[in-house]
Design a binder for this molecule. Structure first.
Ligand code: SUG
Length: 461
């Protein structure tokens, strides 16, 4: 059975004027290079380097402002409480906050680094979102990612769920699920392994879930070096929770070979927007099959697959430059789409030459722009990692807690907040200094006042 992409008429007349709102993670005051992510080359390469939290957060805010200046709605998600002392208490450390930090820094510095990670900045991993045009109950669905593959990231999902409920706080429009069971069988990394295709944001789309391995079936092709974080079973569970139509849902396996090169999430080797899929030619295990199924389920309108050949951009160059970890966006009043890339893509000769040829070719991508998010990039997080895409109709957008939609005043407030509270740099040894924890809590306490969140963080309760 085939569908045309607009056979299911929008259930709410204002769905047609939907837009994609990017919610970027505000980079937290403890941003540091812990070397915590096995399989993430940048995280390992930059392990224990000196980080620059203030610069990191300002780079993030500048990117948000840039996207706003291009005419997009821009949202923000808040950093989590770090250090996460409740986790250390659960692991048997006790006493005052300072005492715990002192004990852990001596006994288990790797645990201290994990509980100090500002990794919630990468909001593409915060959750998976299903826009209301795709769901049976016509609500926008959210499932926080359990991030069970990496200990430091597994600490995020509870606070993420709480924050999402505070922002999308209206049962008429939004439906919130719990994270999947916290075991490797259901390893879920959220929107970083998820794409959606639709002629326009408000039209019923086809959703593509990308997994790295099976949990309950034999993996005929498997990674040899690095972990596959997302399982098929997790992706399937999300599609059930989100009440998606199986005739409009596709599951595809990421090429294990490319995970071994360092593409630990699919958004390191592909990015989509509306009817366009920009990908490395080796990104998927059964590419042709996937493309045929996507096109069949998409219907009569044409999907554009822009494949980057290995001979033009090697897998290594793709991973190093984060060419695909870009934001592919539609700009109002402009023909075609723009690709918002990290500066590292401009600096890589192979990739830059490819981008030249891309602009000369006849594809929906008509423009390229670069942003500097180097502090995040050094931990393996490019422009696309830093944002969560949420397609919203006009009335859904109006139902969002407006405190979290950036305007000039909020940007000024946040820039000022960062400048007053953030350290210029953090060295690995600084994590043992209890005053860093106190400074972070003071900053976060003020943040809850800015966003009128009440006692949101555990240290405030
Ligand atoms: O999960 N890095 C993150 C980067 C996440 C990128 N997100 C997407 N591709 N969507 C990760 O590996 C490194 C932290 C450290 O080593 O300090 C880290 O967690």
């Amino acid at each position: 059975m085939t569908h045309s992409s607009n056979t299911r008429s929008p259930k709410d007349s204002d769905l047609r004027i939907s837009q994609e709102v990017n919610f970027d993670g505000l980079i937290g005051p403890s941003h540091n290079y812990g070397g915590l992510s096995h399989g993430n080359i940048a995280s390992k390469t930059n392990a224990l380097r000196v980080s620059q939290p203030r610069k990191a957060a300002l780079q993030g805010l500048e990117k948000m402002q840039y996207l706003r200046s291009l005419g997009l709605h821009q949202g923000v998600l808040l950093p989590q409480q770090r250090p996460h002392l409740p986790t250390l208490r659960a692991l048997g450390f006790s006493g005052s906050d300072s005492r715990i930090i002192e004990q852990v820094s001596n006994a288990a510095p790797e645990l201290l680094a994990s509980c100090y990670s500002a990794s919630s900045m990468w909001t593409a991993n915060a959750c998976t979102v299903a826009p209301s045009a795709d769901t049976t109950d016509s609500k926008v669905h959210f499932t926080p990612a359990n991030l069970s593959s990496m200990f430091h990231r597994s600490l995020e999902h509870e606070s993420t769920g709480k924050l999402l409920k505070a922002i999308f706080n209206n049962e008429q429009y939004f439906s919130h699920h719990n994270a999947l069971p916290m075991v490797s069988h259901f390893g879920d990394e959220g929107a970083a392994n998820h794409n959606r295709f639709a002629e326009d944001y408000g039209q019923t789309g086809v959703q593509l879930f990308v997994y790295g391995r099976y949990a309950f079936r034999e993996n005929k092709v498997a990674t040899a070096k690095f972990p596959s974080r997302q399982t098929y079973e997790a992706s399937l569970a999300i599609s059930r929770l989100h009440q998606l139509d199986a005739e409009r849902t596709v599951f595809a396996q990421q090429n294990p070979k490319i995970i071994d090169v360092g593409a630990f999430h699919n958004d390191v080797v592909s990015v989509s927007n509306r009817n366009t899929f920009f990908m490395h030619e080796e990104a998927f295990l059964n590419k042709e099959l996937m493309q045929r199924e996507l096109q069949r389920k998409y219907g009569e309108q044409k999907l554009h697959f822009i494949e980057v050949p290995t001979e033009q951009v090697s897998l290594q160059a793709a991973v190093k430059s984060y060419l695909f970890n870009s934001q592919l966006i539609t700009l109002a009043g402009q023909d075609g789409m723009a690709l918002i890339l990290p500066e590292e893509s401009r600096e890589n000769a192979e990739v830059f030459a490819y981008l030249d040829s891309l602009l000369a070719a006849d594809t929906p991508i008509k423009d390229i722009k670069f942003v500097d998010v180097r502090q995040s990039m050094q931990n393996g997080g490019g422009p696309a990692c830093l944002r969560l895409r949420v397609a919203l109709s006009q009335s859904e957008l109006a139902a969002v807690n407006q405190k979290f939609i950036l305007d000039d005043a909020l940007l000024t407030t946040l820039n000022d907040w960062v400048n007053r509270h953030y350290r210029e740099q953090i060295e690995p040894n600084d994590l043992a200094d209890p005053s860093l924890a106190q400074e972070s809590f003071t900053a976060l306490d003020e943040l809850t006042q800015i966003f009128e969140l009440g006692s949101f963080y555990e240290f405030q309760q």
